[in-house]
Design a protein around this ligand. Structure first.
Ligand code: OOG
Ligand code: MG
Length: 258
């Protein structure tokens, strides 16, 4: 795909996010759009955000659990970029009307203590982690009816919208392989799961991200946050709700929807 088309499609997804107006899938008109083109569109849309003053604060993995793959009908792990404007403080709120059709999912986040790149193992990935915390990710596909193909969702920055980190930061020696996770809305339990649902171990997701970034000569940097992926299916955010997540050993994280 030529660079002009990449930039044009980056603008289409970026405008849809800014105007919270759902669009038709890009592949409907560009059926030759490859996964490489999709990541180029994603990066071009990030350059538009950086041009508006947002900064890169981390990365997220998506479609790393069977529950998410089955919910979305897309079966390959993907990554997206997290920017400064996507960060919501635990206990904070957002307006549903500012987004297309936001959903929330329970996650585990890593905080990177040093730069890392290359084709790494989970153990090598862990060696670059300085902290671990509970997280809620609010995703919002810019596509109509929240329906997409693999290449469409990649072009749309893996539906990245907002993320909330728990205040308790555990040290990297915490075993994150099988932590119980309970997500509630207005005090009622809606989804329960385990961090083991995230590629069988959230560190495998982190290592997979570093390997995917390496294939485009990139890596992670000290201070960056990495969301490992939703452990259960995502649920719709409705106005007037209080969403909370409790993760074993990591405490809780919450937000309100106005
Ligand atoms: C794509 C993003 C998936 C996750 O954690 O699996 C994701 C989507 O479902 O819209 O963030
Ligand atoms: Mg997610």
């Amino acid at each position: 795909m030529d660079q002009e088309t990449v930039e044009k499609l980056a603008r289409v997804v970026d405008d849809a996010a800014m105007e919270s107006t759902p669009i038709t899938m890009l592949t409907a008109e560009h059926d030759g759009l490859t996964i490489e083109d999709a990541y180029r569109i994603q990066r071009a849309s990030m350059r538009r955000r950086f041009g508006r003053g947002e900064t890169l604060v981390g990365m997220k993995m998506g479609l790393t659990s069977r529950a998410k793959m089955e919910q979305m009908g897309v079966h390959n792990p993907i990554y997206g970029h997290l920017t400064s404007s996507m960060k919501l403080t635990s206990g904070g709120s957002f307006k549903k009307e500012s987004y297309c059709h936001p959903r929330v999912e329970p996650e585990i986040a890593f905080i990177m203590g040093r730069d890392i790149s290359g084709q790494v193992t989970s153990q090598e990935a862990l060696s670059a982690v300085s902290g671990v915390c509970a997280a809620l990710e609010i995703i919002d596909s810019r596509y109509k009816d929240f329906k997409f193909t693999l290449n469409d969702v990649v072009a749309d920055n893996a539906s990245s919208t907002l993320f909330v980190l728990g205040e308790k930061i555990a040290t990297p020696d915490l075993d994150v392989s099988n932590l119980g996770m309970v997500m509630s809305v207005n005090g009622e339990v809606r989804e329960t799961g385990s961090s083991a649902a995230i590629l069988e171990h959230p560190l495998r997701s982190l290592a997979a991200l570093i390997c995917m970034l390496d294939s485009v000569s990139e890596g992670l940097h000290a201070g960056q946050i990495v969301l490992a992926g939703g452990a259960t299916q995502a649920i719709a955010c409705t106005p007037g709700s209080h969403v909370s997540l409790e993760v074993e050993s990591l405490g809780s994280v919450e937000f309100f929807v106005e």
